[in-house]
Design a binder for this molecule. Structure first.
Ligand SMILES: [Fe+2]
Length: 250
């Protein structure tokens, strides 16, 4: 096993840039650099080279730093093929089932439409890491800007089918605000959290332990997330839609 780890760089109000580090080669892969300064500073400070940049979707808070970062640290940029128009500066365009190899890391591409139509996630089966952009959040899911409820529901079901020990690297720290919404659902008979107040409070205790020590709630553990995330627990598209519409108005 190589000597690897994932570092989280907080940017803006609640975004994370992920830096995957290969200590043996002193190289890194950066996921969704919404701005460049934080990533540049980190790479310089830790004397890392940049092997590649992975992009999940075209929103500015995920791609805004690519140009400056690539200028400073020349490397290949990977992006969803369906976002070729919005991300014309990538070197490689990816679709379902493609494999990205940036030694010692390898990623399988999953197309997960909903938040946007072209949205992809990067799955590393060796470590069971999923870099999922804005598809899923702690106790929540991404707002549907482009995709249908059917697409978003199906995308979440695909995440749910990954091994329970999977670590979900989602791009925003939204878990605490989503917890408030979920508490309101535990009294709603039409919600999958109905009667699950104890499960939710166990989740809340764990979350509070992390956040009170300024630790991120990310990565999410899928095995925990499937017990309390209402969008993963939705029994069908109709219930998913009901929850998403409630969340939009919350
Ligand atoms: Fe987004």
């Amino acid at each position: 096993m190589h000597n690897t780890r994932v570092e989280l760089l907080p940017i803006f109000d609640d975004n994370y840039i992920f830096v995957l580090i290969n200590e043996d080669l002193q190289s890194a892969v950066v996921v969704d650099p919404g701005e460049s300064a934080a990533a540049e500073d980190f790479l310089l400070k830790h004397d890392l080279t940049l092997a590649g940049i992975l992009l999940t979707h075209h929103h500015t808070d995920h791609i805004g730093g690519v140009h400056a970062l690539k200028t400073r640290f020349p490397c290949p940029v990977y992006a969803p093929v369906k976002n070729k128009t919005q991300i014309p500066f990538a070197d490689h365009y990816l679709r379902e089932g493609d494999i990205v190899t940036l030694p010692p890391f390898s990623f399988q591409v999953l197309e997960l439409p909903g938040h946007t139509l072209g949205h992809i996630a990067y799955w590393n089966s060796e470590h069971k890491w999923l870099f999922s952009g804005d598809v899923i959040f702690g106790l929540g899911c991404g707002r549907l800007f482009e995709g249908s409820y059917e697409e978003a529901y199906h995308s979440l079901q695909r995440i749910k089918a990954l091994p329970p020990e999977s670590l979900i690297y989602c791009s925003h720290e939204y878990t605490q605000s989503n917890l408030q919404f979920c508490r309101s659902l535990s009294a709603d008979n039409n919600s999958p959290l109905s009667g699950k107040a104890m499960t939710l409070e166990a989740y809340a205790t764990e979350l509070h332990n992390k956040r009170s020590h300024q630790l991120p709630s990310v990565p999410l553990k899928l095995g925990i997330e499937v017990t309390a995330n209402p969008f993963l627990l939705a029994r069908d598209v109709a219930q998913f839609r009901y929850l998403r519409e409630l969340r939009n108005r919350y």
